[in-house]
Design a protein around this ligand. Structure first.
Ligand code: ZN
Length: 151
């Protein structure tokens, strides 16, 4: 009994190690002055204790002109979240406060800046239909991609 429990623990540890090794717990996305993300699709694992989402603004334009963030939501919620984010305005960094549809979002940054957030993998379901996008007004039509969630 004691032995099998040890094996189970080892198996769990090794599974967590593999998820880290596969790079599915940390995602790095770049946004530029051409209103584009460098990735159209990113993959994370729902089994990650913590998912780290890094955003780098590789451009030069200030946040007021070309601000970028990364918002994660279900794909079906994207349009509504973007619309309500616009209503939140610059003062709200284009994300409605306490929006339950927002699974995670970074702060809004300008050229040359970096930001990151962490959130638990369990906020996502493997195989679900999720997207990431920038909620700065007008950006989500171009600045969006698919968030693939594996187990
Ligand atoms: Zn943007």
């Amino acid at each position: 009994m004691k032995l099998s429990r040890t094996f189970a623990t080892l198996a769990l540890l090794s599974a967590a190690g593999m998820a880290q090794a596969a790079g599915n717990c940390t995602v790095s996305i770049k946004g530029d002055d051409a209103m584009k993300f460098d990735l159209k699709e990113v993959t994370v694992s729902a089994s990650c204790p913590t998912i780290t989402l890094e955003l780098t603004h590789s451009g030069k334009l200030p946040v007021a002109a070309m601000g970028h963030n990364v918002v994660v939501s279900k794909t079906s919620d994207l349009a509504g979240v973007a619309r309500d984010g616009m209503k939140a305005g610059a003062a709200g960094a284009y994300v409605q406060a306490n929006d339950a549809r927002v699974i995670a979002h970074t702060s809004l940054i300008g050229g040359g800046q970096k930001t990151k957030i962490t959130f638990p993998g369990k906020k996502l379901s493997a195989g679900g239909d999720y997207s990431f996008f920038c909620s700065f007004p007008g950006h989500s039509t171009l600045m969006k991609g698919k968030l693939v969630v594996t187990k």
